[in-house]
Design a binder for this molecule. Structure first.
Ligand SMILES: [Zn+2]
Length: 271
């Protein structure tokens, strides 16, 4: 702190000086002091720094569109009116089940069953499609079980500000339902994910690749499924989300292993 010009103290938000308090608490952020390019300890974990399968990436739609791999489908047994816990983690806003009901939404990938563990948002998007980022990205994180060794698959959607309605996210992203302060949480009714995935994931190209968590410790082997169709988000909801989370997107990672080879897209299909 002593080394910083005094005006940094005036920029303090919510009682946090970016990176300085955070590092001492073993946290990470996205600023110059605690972000992916800083000397923050967590962002400098071995895989974050030297991994060979890191995410996010820029998706070259032509390269990715040239092959079909890994049929993926979804099974929706979510009950209408199921509950979600919404937690402002500081680094993101995360939606989890207070009662494991999200486990009733499953991804079947290559015959392996994954259960929905949580979903959360990034502003702006982490993935880019043809070098275009979007205003927001949502990650639906599926796991084979709750152990540390669980296999993880993520379904990602990019969202851009639009006048078009988006029944799934308009319902939960209204400003009153998103906790504003770090560590604040709310319980809300969950959206009906089945229709959203039916409409927007299974019936069009989805870019698949093997990558990593986009946050420390950047564990690899994640099965990414990035929807090729950008979804709408209402302006007021986007502005609210951005004002709460700030910038929380890891830069795209170099993946020389993708150069010159098609790494997969699939036309998902329903079972
Ligand atoms: Zn994420």
């Amino acid at each position: 702190m002593e080394n910083l010009p005094s005006f940094y103290n005036d920029k303090e938000q919510n009682g946090r000086v970016a990176g300085i308090n955070a590092e001492s608490e073993g946290e990470f952020g996205y600023s110059a002091y605690d972000g992916p390019l800083s000397d923050n300890k967590l962002w400098n974990a071995p895989l974050c720094k030297n991994g060979k399968q890191q995410s996010p990436i820029n998706i070259d739609a032509v390269l990715f569109g040239n092959s079909v791999i890994n049929a993926t489908s979804f099974v929706n047994n979510l009950q209408h009116g199921y509950k979600l816990n919404v937690l402002n983690e500081g680094a993101t806003v995360r939606y989890t089940s207070p009662d494991q009901s999200l486990f009733n939404f499953k991804m079947i990938r290559n015959g392996v069953e994954y259960r929905l563990d949580n979903f959360h948002f990034h502003t702006p998007s982490e993935h880019r499609i043809n070098n275009r980022h979007s205003d927001t990205e949502v990650h639906f994180v599926f796991k084979t079980d709750e152990s540390e060794n669980a296999d993880v698959a993520v379904a990602a959607f990019l969202l851009n500000v639009s006048d078009e309605p988006n029944a799934t996210f308009d319902q939960i992203l209204v400003p009153a339902l998103v906790p504003k302060e770090k560590d604040e949480s709310l319980t809300i009714f969950g959206p009906s994910l089945g229709e959203f995935f039916d409409k927007n994931f299974e019936n069009h190209n989805v870019h698949q690749y093997v990558g990593s968590l986009t946050t420390p410790e950047c564990a690899e082997g994640l099965k990414w499924h990035v929807s090729g169709v950008v979804q709408p988000i209402l302006l007021k909801n986007f502005l609210n989300l951005r004002s709460i989370m700030g910038f929380n997107a890891r830069p795209v990672q170099a993946r020389p292993d993708f150069a010159g080879q098609a790494v997969g897209a699939s036309n998902g299909h329903k079972h």
